[in-house]
Design a protein around this ligand. Structure first.
Ligand code: ADP
Length: 394
């Protein structure tokens, strides 16, 4: 049996999962999340599979300290010794054009991995924190990097190139990369197992961040996020598609700095802005159902942006066999799925309202005579990272 730890580092957070692999069969042993690392009032959660979640208030000045606390919890329960850890898999935000699939982290490629994160201006460095902490604490355990962009590296030029001066791509690497790749990959792979006849798939990852991907024969051929995580559909606090001149106009006419506008586009837009201060879709939904005009506008804009991308990707794919909903909202909001599917009646989509009335299950929610099949498939990015880590270090 091999035990694989998966780490997902943010600037002040560290998500972890421990998996056991036996003959390619995986089992989740434990999971948790360290939050507010380095900013005071830190907490750490820990949950062994099928047991209650525990939460601790701890002093976590940095990711190394958080990892040490995680090790203590694992050692008291699902690990007898850290020697039992076979490998660690990390989620990296960006692989640039260099990393088209997961890779073992080596002395030779770590600088390239770090450099790729720099394409993400504010958050990029944070993805390296888990790797750096592991290198200090357990330098001899193999480490694997999995990249959020990798699955989209199959996009053709016409989908990934922006019509900018050529050196913006050739010299400055500005192009559509796309994100949430591990999630789009996972749900499309699961769908292909459930519906082998599906060759043209549109996957809708709808969480606080969101993206829609066109997948043909298992390969991403277009996706709604681009150079950064702000384009495409409306999101919790991110704006989605806007005219490229809007940020420049705001900077010039309102005397704002690039950093201020960056913050605005990431944290002060989307559902949050339009609904009057609610970024959590559950709050927006409650107010929408209560008839709050701002929430209705926010939800309408959100749905409009989703159906617009689905329509675009039907065109890109030349048809569609199945549409998959995933991530926090896609998995858990029957209302959102219903509103979207109502607008897809022109494609022959027919939703089974009873089947749709559920949260968090893998399920076909269209009627037998629906021309396009609609599925809900809960995503599992950490499992893909663990599987890649297992395979690469076998
Ligand atoms: P991220 O990983 O990008 O933070 P998630 O995939 O966790 O995002 O999704 C977060 C979103 O999912 C929030 O807007 C939240 O309201 C929504 N969500 C989570 N659980 C539910 C639920 N039970 N019902 C409706 N929406 C939910």
């Amino acid at each position: 049996m091999k035990k694989i730890l998966v780490l997902n580092s943010g600037s002040s957070s560290l998500k972890y999962r421990l998996f056991a692999f036996d003959n390619n069969q995986s089992q989740l042993l434990a999971k948790g999340l360290a939050e507010r690392i380095g900013i005071g009032n830190s907490t750490l959660t820990f949950q062994i599979t099928n047991q209650d979640k525990q939460k601790f208030a701890l002093d976590l000045p940095n990711h190394e300290a958080a990892l040490q606390e995680i090790f203590k919890l694992l050692l008291g329960s699902v690990l007898n010794s850290l020697d039992e850890l076979s490998a660690v898999g990390h989620r990296l935000g960006h692989g640039g054009e260099t990393f088209k699939q997961s890779t073992i982290i080596t002395q030779d490629n770590i600088a390239q991995i770090r450099e790729a994160q720099e394409l993400l201006p504010l958050h990029g460095k944070a993805f390296m924190l888990g790797i750096e902490a592991m290198q200090k604490l357990l330098p001899n355990i193999p480490q694997v990097a999995t990249f959020d962009t990798a699955f989209h590296q199959t996009m053709p030029k016409e989908a990934f190139l922006y019509a900018l001066p050529q050196e913006q791509y050739t010299k400055h690497k500005i192009r559509r990369y796309g994100f949430h790749g591990t999630s789009h990959y996972y749900v499309s792979r699961e769908l292909q197992k459930l519906m082998p006849s599906a060759h043209k798939i549109i996957t809708c990852h709808l969480g606080s961040g969101g993206s829609i991907t066109a997948i043909k024969d298992g390969k991403s051929i277009d996706t709604s996020l681009g150079f950064t995580g702000t384009s495409g559909i409306t999101m919790g606090t991110r704006c989605g598609d806007i005219d490229g001149f809007v940020p420049l106009y705001i900077m010039q006419s309102q005397n704002k700095t690039a950093d201020e506008v960056h913050l605005m586009l990431n944290k002060e837009c989307g559902l949050y802005a339009l609904s009057g201060g609610y970024s959590d879709s559950r709050d927006v939904e409650d107010r929408y159902l209560a008839g709050d005009p701002q929430a209705i506008t926010a939800y309408d804009v959100y749905i409009h942006s989703i159906i617009k991308y689905i329509g675009a990707y039907v065109a890109v794919l030349g048809g569609v066999d199945a549409i998959v909903f995933t991530a926090g909202i896609g998995e858990n909001s029957p209302l959102l799925r219903q509103k979207v599917c109502e607008k897809l009646a022109y494609l022959g989509v027919k939703l089974d309202l009873q089947a749709n009335d559920m949260k968090g299950q893998t399920k076909e929610i269209s009627t037998p005579d629906s021309k396009v099949k609609i599925w809900v498939i809960p995503t599992d990015e950490e499992l893909v990272i663990a599987e890649d880590t297992y395979k690469l270090t076998a």
